[in-house]
Design a binder for this molecule. Sequence first.
Ligand code: BG6
Length: 495
Amino acid sequence: NKIPNQLLVIFGASGDLTERKLIPALFNLFQGKHLSPRFTVLGVSRSTGDDASFRERMVLKNKFIPQTIGNFGLRKEFSERVFYHDLGDSYDTDYGPLKDRILALDADQGVAGNVIFYFSTPPSLYGTIAKNLHARGLLEELDSYRRLIVEKPFGYDLESARELNRELQQYCEESQIYRIDHYLGKETVQNLLVTRFANSIFEPLWNRNYIRHVEITNAESEGVGKRGGYYERSGALRDMFQNHLLQIVSLVVMEPPIGPQPEEIRNEKVKALKSLRVMTDPKVLFSHTIRGQYLAGSCNGEQAVGYREEEGVDPQSTTETYAAIKFYVDNWRWSGVPFYVRTAKRMPTKVTEVVIHFKTPHHQIFRGSGMEQYDNKLIIRIQPNEGMAIKFGVKVPGQGFEVARANLDFYYSDLGQVTVMEPYERLLLDAMNGDATLYARADEVEAAWKFVDPILKYWQHGEDVVTYGYSSGMWGPKNADELIEGDFGWRNPGE
Ligand code: BG6
């Protein structure tokens, strides 16, 4: 698709995300010639600064863009597409001067009135920014388009997410709003759809008749770093589970869409999220959810401090850095199949994977030869070593019928010279093209919160709730092993 000339206005432009992700992604798109020649960026925030200082920090000296002599010319050229506007003391102000700046850039750069506003501020400001843009007529689409890209977290709980949807929809149409979830920009996450719906070796098996349980692990070896202040109010459930992991769940669970059109896919995802069984009984919540917090320990060859010792964290904090949830999906396809999903910081490694555990054959003629432990698994490696593996049993050569496990392994890197775009590159490009397939719709976000809300409330107020400590560099609290019952445990990649 040809990208139209356009202006990207980033609110919260002096923040971490702009420096780490947005500008480097835009630079890569520029380098790959994906952007139109008139593509223009305007950073907006409350910090004092001007075009020159913003260009220097965000492009010319940004350590997240490779600073090579070879790309200096290109960095310089790109930096000249980047501008800065100082909003003054508050986001709640008259956007008249901002409008003048946008109009002037439009006239100088020829972006034909097409503007995307990227909200990368604390979420409490989203409504205020939309209100002020609206007051100056900046969200009106005449012959051009106006879009909003809204960062996560989208709301703090169900009520605040609903309120935020109401607020934004008061000032613009739902079709103008792009709620970003960078996990949907990952190739391997999108590949879940292709795996399921383009392969007749998986499609017929993808249901309760053949699948015993589904396991999703998202582990990070890093701690909260400098984001302690943010994380204290968030915790693992809000930070990762409500958005990224439930997005993955919705793609695993959903029914086949009629076609690949954005609304067809999003309708099925919403239906999938609505079919997650909401847990409200404290006894069920007690037995189906586990929360933990990392303690000091050795992680990735370094001595890591405990969560409570991190900068910006309350020394008595009970915020969870580990969350494991068992749940069921109440629909025809998944009835009775348990899902186990966990996410955590300070694990032994960084890995995200989906494991589909298939049932063993009903009639086992090789019983006693070890076949039970060789149940078929499909492992979808979201990151790193992106790819897929199938585990199956083969006969050990020789007398008798001893069974051993074999692997069929596919790595994306085997495809050779295919450049995999970074999630932010892909998603920004989609928004510029007006393709919302990989963005979350209002009802989708609310359906996800509906499932998460009772867990949050129970964790906050429940009498028997415990936050288990686990040493940094370990696979989480021991109690989480009891969650995944029977003859199987968590699959800890790399062990
Ligand atoms: C972010 C979370 O959305 O995703 C972070 O706020 C987390 O806490 C990050 O570290 C993980 O993203 P990725 O792409 O590195 O798995």
